[in-house]
Structures are given as structure tokens and as C-alpha cells.
Design a protein around this ligand. Structure first.
Ligand code: DGJ
Length: 706
């Protein structure tokens, strides 16, 4: 092992050190260590205890049973029962700046494996494998996983769970023998199994501890696991779940895994999020749109549902524009026969009964009012009660001879059927070419139960074809922005984000629930991709009521919109929408470019979020009171991320209407403002105001000494 070559990838605050010999093994992924590392292999050479295999076995980037690694293998496959235990020999390594490619082969098995690794300046590590079959017979791939090591001190996990209207819920658990595993078999990224997790040193928190965060960029089925091996070593593994028989590589064919994104932070979860947010902003989001301010939306769904009347919609648009809305989106219900959720999916033709003069006058009106126009589609879906199904029952994604359960009364279209694919593209293309449509909301409202194509399993290809359809639409209409929605947050991941611009975070617009959902999402995504709407006071999904102030401040920290019928709202509510829209516009440059900090609190009943400008010249802080305060006095808020020596003017800029009436007196600074150093703000902080449950305040900090 001491004849191995040691290679390094260096981020800004992290480093990956690899030993390459006949295989490659990661020696270190963590804090950067300066200096020569030629003796690192010697220093880390493992002992060989009795009772184990006679020679030490490396934990490679693709564990192989045939080498003597008893962990979950990186590759499982066979050639009609043969070549099932490949052992790869590393034969070529290339490094270009922050990228490494490692080529390995098992000549006997007729397989080559290319491993690509990169660590960028934002400290995001990316890894993927490409397996190629070099023999004449098909190679059947059952599994192809990305594997990264974790140190033994990674003793705790933060994982995700959720459901519809309850996405991005996090849970902490110790990482013990037995490890952790999650499997998503729902055919889309899913509300239930967001494909990410964080491992860290025990008790890691927002500000402290070493953490290793992972995001698997795939919008279909996946498996994530973290194993504690019996010898104490730990690994993280992420892979697609392939259905039986679906991946058979003919000679010369290759299979590439999705990217596994990972990041090490020595500064807890906030540090990790900064890496992912910077990486998303710099490399994942479509570049052309990076600088464009994100327009405030009015989405019609919860305002009118399926009840479309162009005259009324124009009135909604007029009132939206008057409130400051910048993009008006007609949601579900505009196409032929779509009067409820039981029929018409697939019939992507304008309902001329509802829109006798066509869509143009509505769009022209929206544009005249100074707003962009957006339209809803759910391209992958079909109702049996539709002209499309009556004409093409064979376009269903199904397994012949089996009934399949419906989801929201609908079925999925087989995107591998070229005619179906071409039809869907032509309908989207028609609308985008005919009308001035700046934005589409691309929905996907059911899980996939029987991903069958010509009798065979086709889950992987269905997801690939979904990407291909979005890509084709984007290529034909590069100026159109797309929102990824799947009954709210069912398809939120980095691979979708490469081709879309925004996510519909959740169908739950309840501000209290949104505080939790948006926090969970914020670990991996910056606020500008998080669709965040002010819903009606009486929330449709929870039937709770919240003030406009709490709803407004909660929606402020995302890509803001309004989701209701403005025509029916009271004057007071409308003034509220106007206020929060104007506030969002004034803070938007900061919110959508600054660093997000989830601020530790003294009381679990508080949730605090700060966004600090990159140059630290200003910041905005939201204090949300989620439940009744635990104590009579509310503790301090300490604001991280400021420049320690700089002087800041601190002011309360938004508070509940009764803010000064609920106590004898609120802290003095909330009335007069105050001037404090960045160091004071982060170390000692300010006394928190006392708030009622389910209310929030907003604080602005501006640097005044420069
Ligand atoms: C589910 C989405 O999440 C909603 O916002 C809305 O677009 C409906 N589908 C429309 O059917």
C-alpha cells in the first residue's frame, strides 16, 4: 500500500485525499491539511487482526465482494449468471484542476468503471460512476451505487421524512451498528423520502460540529444508506433502485449513476448549507436566469380552482397588478373538459367553452398590466376520461394484464412511447409558440405504480424521458421559466433544478407549517428557488387562521407569491398583500443573494432566520414565535454572520399589529432601534421581544460605519 500515489482535491474549507494503487481509497475527506502527504498511506495503514481475512482490504469507492469487502457492494450484476463478482483494477487516473477521473477495469468480466470526482471552491464534492459492458452478451445491472466514506466520529444523523402537505420534516438519530436506510419506490423524488441526509459528530447543530451532507440528484426511485461496518468503518451509499431486468447493457453500452453531491463543513449545518446554496447558485441553476429578479406570483389555484371565467380572471389580474404582482399564473382548469380532478388530463387544448375568445385577450391583458403570464400543465398524466385516452389507451404506463390503482383519479403516460412523447412536446410547443407565455408550472400529481414499457420494467427510463421532455421544451423555448411541482414538493432535487427555475415547495400554505417545511428545505436549497405563497387567512389545507403579518413574513423568505382570489379579499387583507409584496421587492436582492443562517434559539418555541449580505453590509432577521413562549422573559437573539468590527443600525421593521399591547413594554430597541457592533450582535445579542404564538417580527441591520 505504501507504493500508492496520493492525490488531493482541494475546496476552500475542505479537502479530499485519495490513495491510488490497484484501487482507489479515500484517506481523508474533511478539514484541509497542508503539506506533503506522501507518508499518509503509511500513517494510515491498518492492522490485520486475527479472525479477519489475512490481508487488509481497502474500502474503495465501489466496494467489491470479490475483493473481500463485506459491505453493500457498489455493483451488483451478472451476465446470465456469470461475471457477478467483478474486481476492478485501477488503470488510469487523470486530474484536471478540481476534477479527477479514475478508470478501472475487470478484463475477465468485460467491464470498465469510470469514477468521476470533483470538489469545487464552494466545497461541494460530486461523485458518479459509469459502468460499461465490453463483452458481446448483455450485462444485467441490478445495482450501481455511489459510495463515500465517513469517519468513525460521524455518530449522528439528520434524515428526512414527510408526506403531502408536510414535506421536509427532519429527524435526528444516533448512527449505531445497524446503520440507516431509506428507500423511495414512489417513482418520483417523493414527499416522503427527500433524497438527502446529513451525518455529523455527536450533537452537531446549526453552528457547531463537523457535518457531512449528502444529496442524491435523481427524481425517481432511490436508496440511501449509512452503514456502520462491524469493523467500525462507516460509509454512505446512494443509488437508484433499478426494477427487475430494467438495466441490461449490450456490448459497448454504458450506465451512468446520478450525481451524488456531498459537502463537508467544520461549522455545523449552516456551513454546509452555505456550500450547497453557493454551489446551486453558481452551477446548478440555469445561468441565463441567475441575475433576473424573481417576479412575485399570483397563482389562481386556491383562488378559483376549476372555476374559470376569463372576465373574472382579468379582474383578478387587474387587482393583482394593483397589489404589485409581477407574474400571473393560470393554474389547473383551463383545458378542454377539465372541470374537476376526474377528467381531461392529456387533452391539452384550450377549453373554448370557458375561454370563447381564446387565451390571447387574457394574456394581452396580463401583459398590459405589466405582468408576465404563466400557465399550468401536467404533461406526464392522463385521465381515462379524456379524448387522449380514448384515442390512445396504449399510451398508458402500465403492465399489461394488471389493474393499477389510480392516484387523484389519474394514470401516467409512457414517455418511452415516442408518439406519446412527440404529442406532449407538440402540445407544450403549441402553447409556448402561440402565446406570450413566460412561465409554466409543470405539475405531477401521482406516484408511479406500474412503470412498464412493452411489458418490461421502465422506472429508470421514465425518469430519463421526463428529463428529456423538459430539456426539449427548454431548448425550443429558452426564455420560458419552469416550476417543478408534484402535488407540492414531490419532485424537488438538484437534477430537476438543472432544468427548472423554481419549486412549488408544498401545497400547504399554512404559515406555521411552512415555517417547518421551508426550514427543512433550506438545508440544501437557497430561498430564491423555494416557491412561497401567502394563502388565504383561513388556510385551505389545515383550516387554521393566521394574520396577514405572519403569512406575509413567512412567505417573504422564499420566492414570494400570492395564492388566493384577490377580488374576494377585504381591503385590509389587500393592504397587507401590498405591504408584504413591497417589502419583499425591497429585500429581494438581499434575500436572493445573501447567506441564509438558521439562527440558534434559547427557546424551542422560536424559529429565527437571518439573511446576511455577502459583503456583510446589511442583514434581515425574522423571529417567528411558533408556540407559546416557554419563559416569561424571552431570552436573546444572537445574529451570526456579521462583520465583527463593523457598526450596525438595528431596527424592527415589521411586527404584529398588537405588538405593543400584548405586554407592559417591549424591549427598548424595538421602539427606537439601536447601534451595535457585529461582534456584540453575534456574541451577546439583543433581548427578544415577547410575541404571541404564531406571529413574527422582522429586524433589519444596516452597516453605518462604512
Ligand atoms: C397540485 C399543485 O401542487 C397545486 O398547486 C395545483 O397546481 C394543483 N395540483 C392543480 O391540480
Amino acid at each position: 500500500m505504501n507504493t500508492k500515489t496520493v492525490l488531493e482535491l482541494n475546496g476552500t474549507d475542505s479537502q479530499l485525499v485519495l490513495a491510488c494503487g490497484d484501487s482507489a481509497e479515500i484517506l481523508h475527506w474533511g478539514k484541509p491539511v497542508a503539506g506533503d502527504k506522501t507518508q499518509a498511506v503509511l500513517a494510515l495503514r491498518r492492522p490485520v487482526p486475527y479472525g479477519r481475512l489475512d490481508n487488509d482490504v481497502a474500502m474503495t469507492l465501489s466496494p467489491e465482494l470479490g475483493r473481500g469487502v463485506f459491505s453493500s457492494p457498489g455493483i451488483e450484476g451478472h451476465r446470465d449468471g456469470l461475471d457477478w463478482a467483478p474486481v476492478f483494477t485501477l488503470n488510469h487516473v487523470e486530474q484536471h484542476d478540481d476534477t479527477l477521473s479514475l478508470e478501472s477495469a475487470d478484463e475477465g468480466a468485460g467491464l470498465t468503471l469510470l469514477t468521476e470526482l470533483s470538489l469545487d471552491k464552494h466545497d461541494v464534492l460530486k461523485v458518479r460512476h459509469t459502468l460499461t459492458n465490453n463483452k458481446p452478451s448483455n450485462y444485467q445491472v441490478n445495482r450501481l451505487a455511489n459510495t463515500l466514506p465517513l469517519p468513525a466520529r460521524a455518530g449522528e444523523l439528520m434524515t428526512y421524512h414527510g408526506r403531502w402537505v408536510h414535506e421536509f420534516q427532519t429527524v435526528r438519530q444516533p448512527l449505531l451498528q445497524g446503520g440507516y436506510q431509506q428507500e423511495n419506490r414512489r417513482g418520483r423524488t417523493s414527499h416522503e423520502h427527500y433524497p438527502a441526509l446529513v451525518a455529523g459528530t455527536p450533537h452537531f447543530d446549526e453552528m457547531h460540529g463537523e457535518v457531512w451532507g449528502f444529496h442524491f440528484a435523481w427524481s425517481g426511485n432511490h436508496r440511501l444508506r449509512v452503514d456502520v461496518k462491524t469493523d467500525g468503518r462507516r460509509i454512505m451509499q446512494a443509488e437508484e433502485i433499478y426494477l427487475p431486468g430494467e438495466i441490461a447493457l449490450a456490448e459497448g453500452e454504458s450506465l451512468t449513476t446520478p450525481w451524488l453531491y456531498a459537502s463537508y463543513s467544520a461549522n455545523g449545518l449552516n456551513g454546509m448549507s452555505h456550500h450547497f446554496h453557493d454551489h446551486v447558485r453558481a452551477t446548478i441553476l440555469p445561468a441565463d436566469f441567475a441575475q433576473k429578479p424573481r417576479p412575485i406570483h399570483l397563482n389562481t389555484w386556491e383562488g378559483i380552482y376549476f372555476d374559470h371565467n376569463p372576465g373574472y380572471i382579468m379582474e383578478m389580474a387587474t387587482q393583482s397588478a394593483a397589489m404589485g404582482v409581477e407574474r400571473f399564473i393560470i393554474d389547473d382548469g383551463w383545458f378542454r373538459g377539465r372541470n374537476g380532478d376526474k377528467a381531461a388530463l392529456g387533452d391539452w387544448f384550450l377549453d373554448e367553452g370557458k375561454y370563447p375568445d381564446g387565451l390571447k385577450p387574457v394574456i394581452d391583458n396580463v401583459n398590459r398590466l405589466g405582468m408576465e403570464f404563466g400557465l399550468w400543465f401536467e404533461p406526464e398524466m392522463i385521465n381515462k376520461d379524456s379524448d387522449l385516452y380514448r384515442e390512445h389507451p396504449e399510451w398508458l404506463l402500465a403492465v399489461d394484464g394488471y389493474e393499477q390503482p389510480t392516484g387523484r383519479n389519474q394514470y401516467v403516460i409512457d414517455l418511452q412511447n415516442d408518439e406519446a412523447f412527440a404529442f406532449l412536446f407538440s402540445r407544450l410547443d403549441h402553447f409556448l409558440s402561440t402565446y406570450n407565455i413566460a412561465y409554466i408550472k409543470w405539475d405531477m400529481n401521482r406516484e408511479i405504480v406500474q412503470p412498464g414499457h412493452l411489458g418490461k420494467a421502465a422506472g429508470h427510463n421514465q425518469t430519463e424521458r421526463y428529463y428529456a421532455l423538459v430539456d426539449k421544451v427548454r431548448a425550443a423555448h429558452p426564455n420560458v421559466e419552469i416550476e417543478s411541482c408534484a402535488a407540492g414538493g414531490g419532485r424537488i432535487d438538484f437534477e430537476v433544478l438543472k432544468r427548472t427555475h423554481r419549486f412549488w415547495t408544498s401545497d400547504n400554505n399554512d404559515a406555521l407549517e411552512r415555517q417547518h417545511i421551508q426550514r427543512g428545505m433550506s438545508y440544501f436549497f437557497p430561498p430564491e428557488v423555494m416557491g412561497s405563497h401567502i394563502g388565504a387567512a383561513h388556510c385551505h389545507s389545515t383550516r387554521r387562521r393566521h394574520s396577514i403579518a405572519f403569512r406575509g413574513l413567512t412567505a417573504l423568505f422564499g420566492h414570494m407569491g400570492i395564492e388566493l382570489d384577490p377580488v374576494k379579499e377585504s381591503q385590509e387583507e389587500k393592504q397587507g398583500f401590498e405591504r408584504y409584496i413591497a417589502l419583499h421587492k425591497s429585500l429581494r436582492p438581499l434575500l436572493h443573494s445573501g447567506k441564509t443562517w438558521r439562527v440558534p434559539t434559547d427557546d424551542a418555541a422560536h424559529q429565527i432566520l437571518a439573511v446576511v449580505a455577502e459583503d456583510k453590509s446589511e442583514a434581515v432577521v425574522q423571529i417567528a414565535q411558533l408556540a407559546m413562549p416557554t419563559n416569561a422573559l424571552s431570552g436573546h437573539v444572537r445574529i451570526p454572520g456579521l462583520s465583527p468590527d463593523a457598526l450596525y443600525r438595528v431596527e424592527l421593521i415589521d411586527a404584529p399589529e398588537n405588538f405593543n399591547d400584548i405586554v407592559n413594554c417591549q424591549p427598548a430597541w424595538t421602539q427606537e432601534g439601536c447601534e451595535l457592533s457585529g461582534e456584540w450582535c453575534s456574541t451577546v445579542g439583543l433581548t427578544m421581544p415577547i410575541l404571541d404564538a404564531e406571529t413574527a417580527v422582522l429586524i433589519a441591520l444596516k452597516r453605518i460605519d462604512a
